[in-house]
Design a protein around this ligand. Structure first.
Ligand code: ASP
Length: 317
């Protein structure tokens, strides 16, 4: 029995500035992060698995309009919502991922189902949705994901694009604090098993069928009981180029770095190629790291080591 169990979550990293986040919205974020991490922590405390804990934490954020996952997913350039998700078990290295999901209410449940009920790792688009129906997952109409805030956000980016005659995708929160991020969770349970999970709507104004780092094992999500569990958030193309989540695990096993140093090193590598974002990670001893190179990342942690639930938004907190 492991007494160092714990969980960390993120709700996206980006240009989250104190002066732009209204007290009301800040309070809503802190409350949602608290609910998410408390649900996950309770499962661990009761002896439940890290997989159940990360899934429970993510479902809270997928069902909230505040985060860019599930209900609050951002729009593609073509004004559709296309979601990505992944989950990984550190004990067996089993994993499941989904991409180009348009009708599945909780993409994280989909990823878990792929992991446990199929012989595959990644299912996409129509085939993914057919598999979801086969396993009686909750299916919703696209309008479920159509929120005013995200719609407005896309229109602003498109307007901007016209003026500057350049195409750009943006992190959902960049430059406007009414729009916020991808969600992720990492946990260590009492049996010493690690798990990681990530769920995202991707980036605002992305090309349709663009796939980000979230459903890519090794880039956006990774877990191995021998090292750590990691979930990333930020500009996905950079995490894909660096294979960031697996890189943190590799730096621990091959370079003998501890979790804190390996995570920091991953962020330095991200900065070196002008990528932006953050990671959350937990190791087999329950240590937690949450570095970023952005002004903020919605995040929370709760471990038996620290005994205190901590919720943070800004980098200097
Ligand atoms: N990493 C996500 C993506 O590129 C976006 C985010 O984390 O906000 O799809």
């Amino acid at each position: 029995m492991n007494n160092n169990f714990g969980i960390a979550i993120h709700g996206g990293a980006g240009t989250i500035l104190r002066e732009k986040l209204s007290p009301k919205l800040e309070q809503q974020f802190r409350a949602a992060l608290t609910l998410s991490i408390s649900n996950g922590y309770k499962i661990l405390q009761d002896g439940g698995s890290s997989l159940d804990a990360v899934q429970a934490a993510i479902i809270v954020m997928e069902n909230s309009e505040l985060f860019n996952a599930g209900k609050g997913a951002v729009f593609t350039h073509d004004e559709t919502n296309e979601m990505d998700s992944s989950i990984m078990c550190g004990k067996t290295l089993a994993c499941g991922c989904g991409t180009l999901l348009k009708h599945i209410k909780n993409p994280i449940i989909f990823a878990r189902t792929v992991m446990e009920k199929s012989e595959h790792v990644l299912l996409a688009s129509d085939g993914a949705e057919q598999f979801a129906k086969l396993h009686n997952l909750e299916i919703v109409e696209p309008k479920y994901f159509h929120t005013k805030r995200r719609w407005f956000q896309l229109q602003v980016v498109k307007e901007n694009e016209k003026e500057t005659e350049t195409t750009r995708t943006i992190l959902d929160h960049d430059g406007d604090n009414s729009k916020h991020g991808t969600v992720g969770a990492v946990a260590l349970d009492k049996d010493g098993n690690l798990a990681a999970a990530t769920s995202s709507g991707g980036m605002t104004n992305k090309r349709f069928n663009r796939i980000g780092d979230t459903p890519m094992i090794g880039a956006g999500t990774y877990a191995d009981n021998a090292t750590c569990a990691v979930s990333t958030t930020g500009h996905g193309e950079y995490f894909m180029r660096l294979v960031t989540a697996k890189d943190i695990s590799d730096m621990m096993s091959y370079k003998n770095l501890d979790l804190i140093d390996a995570s920091k090193e991953a962020i330095s590598k991200l900065s070196a190629i002008d990528g932006s974002g953050g990671v959350i990670a937990i190791d087999k001893d329950g240590n937690i790291a949450m570095p970023m190179n952005t002004p903020g990342m919605y995040r929370a942690s709760f471990s038996a080591n620290d005994k205190e639930l901590s919720v943070k938004i800004f980098v200097e907190e």
